[in-house]
Design a protein around this ligand. Structure first.
Ligand code: G6P
Length: 754
């Protein structure tokens, strides 16, 4: 600032000083004219005043000598006026007859010449200017002679020199002042620009940061912001497309983009459950899309997975810090188990999470139940997990991947304990519209909790948009749909779409027998004749999965096309789930009875239309089923993504089989080559079954090929990798802002309810 000011102020002051010098001669000339004019008038006054006494003295009849003395004395008295320099008198013959001693030799009669009487001229004599006026002395109209009046003009020079000096000073001071004001204004607006540009370079929304101060900057800022955003997206898409998404790619991101930063995952369901059966401890993999997706990621990044220890032998295998290394056959990461009492599990997991939020977010027409006691448990358990995250993190800025609806409050709780953490929350289930979500008595608290995240992910843009709408409706937050960011109480939350997927190639596929063998083995195992066409459904036994609707479609097919009776069988594997909840018990009963009724109606001695296996199948068994089937039917009434659809596609390396897929799954947006159906429309679903069974091998192949290449390309490593790259970007930006001194640790501010 100082240097800039000096560089600007001094030259401007000098320039104006210079201008002043140019102006001075003009001013000099002007003032000289005024002074001469003044002296003309003054000389006239002097002459008029002297007229009468002088005439009297000149016409005095006394002797010449006396007259001379009188006039001389009179002239000397007149000279007491400090401006009068000399006086003289010439007779009509042009002879200088009287004069003061001061009259210069060069000034005499006839000076300054005819025609300039009464008008002064300026002469420079003896080094100083003199003003000389010759004026006639008249007696009754006849001329007695001329009086020479000489004024000293040296005062004019003195004044002129002073004026010149003050003018230069004035101009220089004016120049300095103007320059100073200009520099201050320039500096202020420069700072505004710099702040705006810095904000943009950091990649933050200008709309989020304090408004650019300079009004004129705002339109440019908006354009720049849009440009940076587009470039960011483009770069993201390009970077992403260039990577072959494998566990190694994830490891590279962790090593290079995240510099080996610490990673913690938090989910309710643990990836390995230890259970005691007949005196032996067995390890079970749960039926959970979330676990299926995250387990390969965790194997790649060797972090810590914090989860509820729900197995009855879980406590028997942990170390002193409640941790166990997994996978059991080749340990790659740690599970840190959090223990819950039966009451806590009932209130937090069965109650608030699964009787409240689950039906709230799935439009499956099951009413959510909200109990205050469940809410209390939910809050307390979230707090417990926040403490676990804090105690597990070795650094103050870990990357924490919070999973699903069991932990809506956790992000903000972690943020309060570890303000520098990068918190990525992924919501694995749909997010409903604001009206549907608004019935929750604690909707604001859930939203506030989630907005403690640095990044919040959903499977589809539709769910992101619903979330924006919900926040917009219920909280006083800044929602920027252009940059996908919400600002509420501290660090902004980016909301993005990350469609989850499966590992590619799937581990479970590696041990699979050829398709023909699988077909044969499965048919044998289920007592289905070898030529029977086979459909499969693999789900948790959950009312959102549309299992009853699926059975209704099978029934309708057999009704409408009896040729399939005895020739088509549908195996439904339904893993028991959340069976303490009444809705799930009712569903269990309904599913069993529907299967029984259809089998009674259309079963033949050798072929049951519905084969129901309400039990847990492991990955290898499920993949064998997929490979044995002619079609897979996913009829969810509402589903965030649905990984069964992607698994079926991944299992069919023979490029055969048809997929029927509910339009209400996230997967339907990625797999349009499936036969897309509305599960509520029984006719349409029956028709899709017919079409799938009749689909020529070529069509199966071309549809399957396209779906396989999509799942291969958009696999789970890409899902996780995109989130980690975004986490790296968020961390890098924060790091840069901290270095630039524009950001400290994110603020935690008081939150207000809308
Ligand atoms: C869904 C949820 C997961 C959950 C899974 C199994 O996929 O999004 O969070 O783990 O269902 O449900 P469960 O209640 O058995 O964990």
């Amino acid at each position: 600032m100082m240097r800039l000011s000096l560089r600007f102020i001094i030259p401007l002051a000098l320039a104006l000083g210079g201008i002043a010098y140019g102006v001075v001669p003009l001013v000099d000339e002007l003032t000289l004219k005024w002074f001469v004019h003044d002296l003309d008038i003054r000389a006239k006054l002097v002459a008029t005043a002297a007229q009468e006494p002088l005439v009297e003295m000149l016409t005095d009849k006394s002797r010449d000598k006396v007259r001379l003395e009188h006039i001389q004395a009179y002239f000397d008295r007149m000279l007491q006026d400090e401006r009068l320099y000399a006086i003289g008198f010439c007779d009509n013959a042009g002879k200088l007859v009287y004069k003061t001693a001061t009259l210069p030799a060069g000034i005499g009669c006839g000076y300054p010449g005819p025609g300039v009487e009464d008008r002064g001229i300026v002469v420079k004599l003896h080094g100083g200017p003199l003003h000389v006026v010759t004026t006639p002395i008249l007696e009754n109209g006849s001329r007695l002679g001329d009086m020479i009046i000489v004024h000293d003009m040296s005062f004019v020079e003195r004044r002129s020199a002073d004026t010149r000096k003050y003018i230069v000073y004035l101009f220089a001071a004016l120049g300095g002042l103007i320059a100073l004001i200009t520099v201050v204004i320039a500096e202020l607006s420069f700072r505004g620009w710099m702040a705006g540009i810095k904000t943009l370079i950091r990649g933050q929304s200008l709309a989020l940061s304090p408004q650019p101060k300079a009004r004129e900057l705002r339109p440019i800022a908006r354009d720049l912001e849009a440009l940076v955003h587009d470039l960011d997206n483009e770069r993201r898409a390009r970077d992403e497309a260039q990577i072959t998404w494998t566990p190694d790619a994830l490891r590279t991101i962790l090593r290079e983009d995240l510099k080996g930063d610490e990673i913690l995952i938090v989910s309710n369901r643990e990836p390995y459950i230890h259970e005691r059966r007949e005196g032996r401890i067995e390890v079970r993999r749960p039926a959970s899309g979330l676990v299926t997706a995250l387990e390969p990621v965790m194997r790649a990044c060797s972090g810590t997975w914090i989860a509820h220890g729900s197995g009855n032998a879980d406590r028997d295998v942990v170390d002193a810090s409640d941790s166990v290394a997994v996978p059991p056959e080749k340990p790659a990461y740690r599970i840190r188990r959090v223990w819950l009492t039966k009451e806590e599990e009932a209130g937090y997991y069965y109650g608030f999470a699964n009787e409240g939020i689950w039906p709230l977010c799935h439009i499956a027409h099951t009413r959510p139940v909200f109990r205050a006691s469940d809410w209390e448990c939910y809050r307390e358990v979230n707090r417990r997990f926040a403490r676990a995250v804090e105690s597990e993190s070795r650094t103050d800025d870990p990357i924490v991947l919070v999973q699903d609806y069991h932990f809506a409050l956790l992000p903000r709780m972690i943020r309060e304990r570890l303000p520098r953490a990068t918190i990525i929350t992924f919501w694995h289930i749909p997010w409903p519209n604001p009206e549907a979500f608004g019935v929750c008595p604690w909707r604001d608290e859930l939203l506030e909790g989630l907005l403690g995240s640095s990044i919040l992910g959903f499977h589809t843009q539709f769910h992101c948009n619903n979330f924006f709408d919900t926040v917009d409706r219920y909280l006083e937050a800044r929602v920027d749909r252009e940059t996908f960011t919400i600002s509420y109480g501290g660090e902004p939350t980016e909301v993005h779409r990350y469609p989850i997927s499966i590992e590619w190639p799937p581990t479970a596929l590696a041990q699979q027998a050829p398709v023909a063998e699988c077909r044969e083995r499965v048919r044998r195992e289920f007592g289905i004749p070898p030529e029977t066409r086979l459909g499969v459904g693999v789900d948790r036994l959950d009312y959102t999965k549309g299992i009853l609707e699926r059975f209704a479609a099978v029934e309708r097919l057999l009704e409408r096309d009896p040729e399939w009776v005895g020739r088509f069988s549908f195996i439904q594997v339904a893993a028991p789930s959340r069976s303490s909840i009444e809705e799930y018990q009712l569903l269990d009963a309904r599913v069993r009875s529907a299967a029984q009724r259809i089998n009674q109606r259309f079963g033949t001695p050798s072929c049951q239309p519905i084969v129901l296996a309400i039990e847990h199948y492991d990955g290898a068994q499920v993949y064998e089923l997929y490979r044995a089937a002619d079609l897979c039917f996913v009829s969810s009434l509402h589903d965030g993504m649905n990984l069964v659809a992607k698994e079926f596609v991944a299992a069919r390396d023979d490029e055969r089989g048809a997929l029927i897929l509910s339009q209400f799954t996230g997967a339907a947006r990625e797999l349009p080559e499936a036969l897309i159906v509305n599960p509520y429309d029984t006719e349409e679903c029956a028709e899709a079954l017919r079409q799938a069974l009749a689909m020529p091998p070529d069509e199966q192949r071309s549809r399957m090929r396209r779906m396989r290449s999509l799942v291969q390309e958009f696999n789970v490593y890409r899902w996780a990798g995109r989130m980690l790259l975004d986490a790296a970007r968020v961390r890098q930006r924060r790091h840069l802002s901290r270095r630039a001194g524009t950001a400290g640790a994110p603020r935690i501010i008081g939150l207000r309810r809308a």
